[in-house]
Design a protein around this ligand. Structure first.
Ligand code: C5P
Length: 425
């Protein structure tokens, strides 16, 4: 893969040096373009050494001067030529200013001109102060870019260079590289699908301030949403108690309790052609939550009752052809539990994930487990949630191709024989 890597002026530019390395390690060739401000943070020499190619920094200094006046091919204009050679344009870090530049179509330096001339897919990895990130101007520019099919690798949350803590830290180089290769391999195989994804853990009130909940972070569901968006799907994301940035470009609804989630899922179900229930729905709620804060006492007995099984209702209420995926968070007998749930819940696919350790599952950036459907089982070794999301969508897409002929109401027999190896223990 030939990648153009645009580096803007932000402290995260140093992480793009690592990104250059990682992209090359995975076999890509990388041509780096730096803005004038980027050069204040990292020298072109660093990127030249890591990419193995001279870095492009200006509209007015063509790198390849030999062909600049090649008469057979016409006058060689560098910022046009590079876009014709590359498979993908990656901007990392993308500053608030550069995002605005792209959204408004300015072309007053080399990188912005390349963006305007580019016909290939573009991925941006924003990095900025959290106030700048959440500013309506930035958010609206991001929506504009998303509508133009620019892929956005959402920033993470944490300590920022300005000393503040919040959203705006550029995604890690490995994560950006995952996006790049995912996009390079799959273009828009999910275009035409509307995927309803639930994420996060519901909270059931005990009183005005306390709740019964679980440790789900929502990272798996959000990774699925990002991955589905990148593959051309429309995404309706319903999230419960998450503290991570919402992927740009999805219809997003926030809920707190299982009952609110149930209501929203059933309301949105008609719009969806696929449903992925990644949310950790609390299995119990308090029968009579107090409306005020309860006074502290030596002991407290709560009466809990089961919450409605939303997944079962979705299976019963779905239109023909709507594929449904359930998750099973397990600490033991993962495969057996996954098989049982696939049988009993009537879903098209179960993702049974291992939540026994701290390295995978709840709150972690990684996950591991098995994917099961009627025609097969695949083990998922420990991997980032983003890369696991890609594999889940690969298999779901495989089930879709095998199961439903567009325009018919009757799902055909499912035997996705073309899919991955059968689980081998
Ligand atoms: O049976 P178990 O709770 O393990 O099933 C997990 C799956 O069921 C998940 O996909 C979860 O989102 C869904 N679920 C649900 N409603 C509940 C509990 C779980 O839809 N009340």
């Amino acid at each position: 893969m030939k990648i153009l890597l645009g580096v803007c002026g932000g402290i995260a530019a140093y992480k793009s040096a690592e990104l250059t390395r990682e992209l090359r390690r995975r076999g890509a060739t990388v041509q780096v373009i730096m803005t004038a401000n980027a050069e204040r943070f990292v020298t072109p020499l660093t990127f030249a050494a890591l990419s193995g190619q001279q870095v492009m920094t200006s509209l007015w200094q063509p790198v390849n001067s030999d062909v600049a006046t090649d008469e057979a091919h016409g006058f060689d204009i560098e910022h046009i030529r590079v876009t014709q050679d590359a498979d993908l344009l990656v901007i990392a870090p993308a500053t608030a200013n550069f995002i605005a530049t792209m959204a408004h179509g300015f072309s007053d330096d080399l990188l912005s001109s390349v963006c305007l001339a580019a016909k290939m897919p573009i991925i941006i990895a924003p990095a900025m102060n959290s106030n700048m990130w959440s500013h309506p101007a930035t958010q609206s520019n991001l929506v504009t870019l998303r509508q133009r099919n620019v892929h956005i690798v959402a920033p993470g949350s944490g300590e920022l260079a300005c000393g503040m803590v919040g959203d705006g830290r550029m995604a890690e180089p490995m994560q950006i590289a995952d996006h790049v290769f995912e996009l390079g391999q799959r273009t828009s195989d999910l275009a035409g699908e509307t995927i309803l994804i639930t994420a996060g853990g519901t909270r059931e009130p005990i009183d005005a301030v306390r709740y019964v909940g679980n440790r789900s972070s929502g990272k798996m569901g959000f990774a699925l949403a990002e991955s589905a968006l990148a593959r051309g799907a429309k995404v309706i994301l319903i999230s419960a108690s998450t503290a991570i940035p919402v992927p740009v470009g999805c219809d997003h609804l926030r809920v707190t309790t299982a009952s609110e989630l149930e209501q929203q899922v059933l309301t949105q179900l008609d719009r969806a052609s696929m449903v992925i229930m990644a949310a950790a729905v609390s299995d119990y709620r308090v029968v009579s939550p107090a409306t005020r804060k309860l006074k502290k006492q030596a002991s407290l007995t709560l009466e809990l009752t089961q919450t409605p099984d939303i997944l079962r209702q979705v299976v019963q209420a779905r239109a023909a052809g709507t594929l449904v995926v359930g998750f099973a968070a397990e600490t033991e007998n993962i495969l057996e539990e996954g098989r049982r749930k696939l049988r009993e819940k009537g879903v098209d696919m179960i993702v049974a994930n291992d939540v026994s350790g701290s390295d995978t599952g709840f709150e972690s950036d990684d996950n591991a487990g098995v994917i099961l459907w009627e025609g097969g089982e695949v083990r998922l070794h420990r991997a980032s949630k983003r890369s696991m999301a890609g594999r889940i969508l690969d298999h779901l897409h495989g089930v879709r191709k095998e199961s439903v002929t567009p325009g018919t109401d009757v799902p055909l027999a499912r035997s996705p024989s073309s899919l991955d190896p059968i689980f081998s223990g």
